[in-house]
Design a protein around this ligand. Structure first.
Ligand SMILES: N[C@@H](CCC(=O)N[C@@H](CS)C(=O)NCC(=O)O)C(=O)O
Length: 216
């Protein structure tokens, strides 16, 4: 059985969405952020030493051994494999390359820029000014994403894949905190498309508090 160790308002929402898309059975263990520090509670360190979310445990891992997996991208790849390739790379080489790129790009490039803004904005006195300095770093990514989505419906090509699931959290966070919706219609349309999906809605209903979803 798959268990998602799920933190409110966090990246682990993507894993719930992916499991709903794949229709794989799963349990959720809920963890709540400390409202002042926003940190995960210490219990999560009992599941994995990093104490961050998502963590997935699977009692039926490869060779029937239980496994503990961290890193959203690695978890997505694990689930694609477990589901016999569903939501995995498209068969054409260019699409497969785009799939691989965006699977890594979400956490490797977009999230660090957004995180930098979040951290500097909290610095007393100079926070607001410093956050404005970081904004162009974020815009570079958001404008690139807009260009990409202007020419095809999904990040890898004609079909939705795990790359779209990976990109959902940074783009939802950027809509909430970094002005994504200003003049980026293709990305906004993509956000509307993902959020209208029944599996996305089912994951929201199961996962509880997720401040980055647009309410419909
Ligand atoms: N790159 C990692 C990041 C994991 C991460 O930082 N998760 C956040 C949730 S959005 C977390 O657990 N924050 C609470 C904490 O660090 O205590 C991934 O994608 O899994």
């Amino acid at each position: 059985m798959i268990t998602v160790h799920h933190l409110n308002n966090s990246r682990s929402q993507r894993i719930l969405w992916m499991l709903e898309e794949l229709q794989l059975p799963y349990d959720i263990r809920f963890y709540k952020r400390n409202p002042e520090t926003m940190q995960a509670p210490p219990e999560l360190k009992k599941v994995h030493p990093l104490g961050k979310s998502p963590v997935v445990t699977d009692t039926d891992g490869p060779q029937d051994e239980p496994v503990v997996i961290v890193e959203t991208g690695a978890i997505c790849e694990y689930l694609v494999e477990k589901a016999g390739g569903r939501l995995g790379p498209p068969s054409d080489p260019a699409g497969a390359l785009r799939y691989r790129q965006f699977l890594h790009y979400a956490e490797g490039s977009v999230m660090p820029a957004l995180f930098a803004k979040l951290v500097v904005a909290r610095v007393p006195l100079i926070g607001k000014l410093a956050a404005r300095k970081v904004q162009p770093m974020i815009d570079l990514h958001l404008d690139y994403v807009e260009d990409e989505l202007a020419s095809r419906p999904w990040f890898a090509g004609k079909e939705m894949t795990a790359a779209d699931i990976m990109m959902s959290f940074p783009l939802e966070a950027a809509r909430a905190r970094a002005g994504l919706a200003n003049g980026r219609p293709a990305t906004v349309a993509w956000l509307d498309r993902i959020e209208a999906r029944p599996a996305y809605r089912a994951a929201l209903a199961r996962g509880g508090e997720y401040a980055y979803a647009n309410s419909r």
